[in-house]
Design a protein around this ligand. Structure first.
Ligand code: BEZ
Ligand code: FE
Length: 279
């Protein structure tokens, strides 16, 4: 039997899958996996090493840690799925990451979400609009970020629950503002198989400094995105390929017209695409 004949046999066996989408996904997966093995002349030892790597990746997962998503992130697959599914015309999406927590407290507009020890105080402000620039009322901005030590509250027993997290809801003008700290770069977790992979490939394990946001509004598709610090040194080498030019903003030094308690101001507007009618 030739490799091509074997691939045909396997494709034929799965061709009767009743669900059409699953049928298409399986056919493409089998074709690409087989092509990969043929193209690389994959050896039995390499195949076994890959199985052991994936097994170790599974063993590293628990309720707090998702090593498979981290693997998807560093291989650029998470970002690719975002790009393939991006809605035209709205704010660009980027990776959710493993540190989102649902249920962050709703906060007063302008409220500080961090503590003095989390970094230099910064004001973030802007407007949520539709794609033609009309302000969106009742838009929710679910915000989270890491502290200056590079850790999120859920990784760091020294931070109170929901530190550097908060939900802000816009009024009729679509405007928002919140106080936080200027974000710091931080390393993604490298104490598991993904770390071994990055070391073997001599890849960077730092994320470019960012603030996370999930922005949603009635009648509009929610966007999961970031605000990146324009002065950060890891913008070109972000470990999870999350940087988009349209999401990079200067954190400018606060001036006399800005509130006296902040050191930096960052401005970022978010545009949401109208929700699609259910199919
Ligand atoms: C994050 O930005 O929180 C993140 C994203 C992907 C992998 C690790 C961390
Ligand atoms: Fe992050």
């Amino acid at each position: 039997m030739t490799p091509d004949q074997l691939s045909e046999q396997v494709l034929d066996r799965f061709a009767g899958t009743p669900d059409p989408r699953l049928r298409a996904l399986l056919a493409a997966l089998i074709s690409h996996l087989h092509a990969f093995a043929v193209q690389t002349a994959l050896t039995s030892q390499e195949w076994l090493a890959a199985v052991e790597f994936l097994t170790a990746t599974g063993h590293k997962c628990d309720a707090q840690r998702q090593e498979f998503i981290l693997l998807s992130d560093v291989l650029g697959l998470s970002s690719l799925v975002d790009l393939v599914n991006a809605e035209e015309g709205g704010t660009e999406p980027t990776v959710l990451g493993p540190f989102y927590l649902p249920g962050a407290p709703e906060r007063r507009m302008g409220e500080q979400i961090g503590r003095p020890e989390d970094g230099q105080p910064a004001l973030a402000r802007g407007r949520v609009t539709d794609t033609s620039g009309r302000p969106l009322a009742a838009a929710r901005l679910d915000i989270w970020q890491a502290s200056a030590n590079g850790l999120y509250d859920i990784q760091d027993p020294g931070q109170p629950p929901f530190n550097l997290r908060g939900v802000f809801v816009t009024g009729p003008d679509g405007c928002f503002e919140f106080r936080t700290v200027r974000p710091a770069s931080y390393p993604i977790p490298t104490d598991g198989p993904v770390g071994d992979l990055l070391r073997a490939a001599r890849c960077d394990h730092w994320r470019a400094a960012h603030i996370h946001a999930i922005v949603s509004a009635p009648g509009h598709a929610a966007v999961t995105t970031h605000i990146f610090d324009a002065e950060n040194q890891y913008l070109d080498t972000d470990a999870v390929f999350g940087v988009r030019d349209s999401l990079i903003r200067p954190f400018r030094p606060a001036g006399p017209a800005d509130p006296a308690d902040v050191k930096f101001v960052v401005e970022m507007d978010f545009a949401l695409v109208t929700a699609r009618a259910p199919a």
